[in-house]
Write a protein of this length. Structure first.
Length: 216
């Protein structure tokens, strides 16, 4: 396991996340347009609450506690852009992340294939989170998410960048020894700089895990 123990701050507009890099060791480098090699953390440096493995760019395997559910939700919100950009295999996402009780809307969202081009891309990063409900068999996790879109302008004159804040709520169920997504809903805001409260008072340290942000 390659670990860089330097503190890092990720700026999302005016919001920040403090964490440190924790990257699985690998002798391979993913080529452009290909999914990264499958690597799994091991030993004492592995993430305590998951994920435990990566298969074709898709992390999975979380602990059956509040932190494990929060980690799963944080990675879930980042999975769709990863699939769209060709960094995560959509078939692995379908087999490891969709609950057997998932509604049709959720199944459609998590069944999307790679769609974006090099000039049209979107990234999503959770800036804050709250575990709203937890029973051990299911969890409701609310995330405050920054979405940054980058694409060509009309007529191909330069590049347009736009940021949007939203609140994404996942209902997760414990199934096949991990958390899977049963439902997902998204609403706009709260916008940065307004009087509306962000979703979460959890304030746990977060880390980067092989290109994914998760809970320590």
């Amino acid at each position: 396991m390659l670990v860089l123990s330097l503190a890092v701050t990720v700026a999302l507009g005016g919001g920040t996340l403090i964490g440190r890099y924790a990257l699985p060791a690998s002798t391979e480098q993913a080529k452009s347009g290909q999914t990264p090699p499958s690597d799994a953390p091991s030993g004492e440096r592995a993430r305590e609450h998951g994920p435990k493995t990566i298969s074709k760019g898709v992390p999975s395997g979380f602990t059956r506690d509040r932190e494990g559910a929060a980690s799963a939700a944080m990675i879930a919100v980042q999975l769709l852009p990863a699939v769209a950009h060709g960094h995560a295999d959509p078939e692995v996402v379908q087999s490891t992340w969709i609950a057997s009780t998932a509604d049709q809307a959720t199944r459609r969202v998590f069944s999307e294939a790679r769609t974006s081009s090099a000039d049209d891309r979107t990234s999503k990063a959770p800036a804050d989170f709250a575990v709203k409900d937890f029973t051990g068999d299911q969890a409701v996790v609310e995330l405050w998410v920054s979405s940054v879109g980058i694409g060509p302008s009309l007529g191909g004159r330069g590049i347009i960048r736009a940021q949007r804040w939203s609140t994404v709520t996942y209902r997760l169920v414990w199934e096949a020894a991990t958390w899977k997504v049963a439902t997902v809903t998204t609403v706009d805001g709260p916008q940065l700089g307004t009087d509306d409260a962000a979703p979460a008072p959890e304030r746990k340290q977060v880390v980067f895990y092989s290109f994914f942000l998760t809970v320590e």
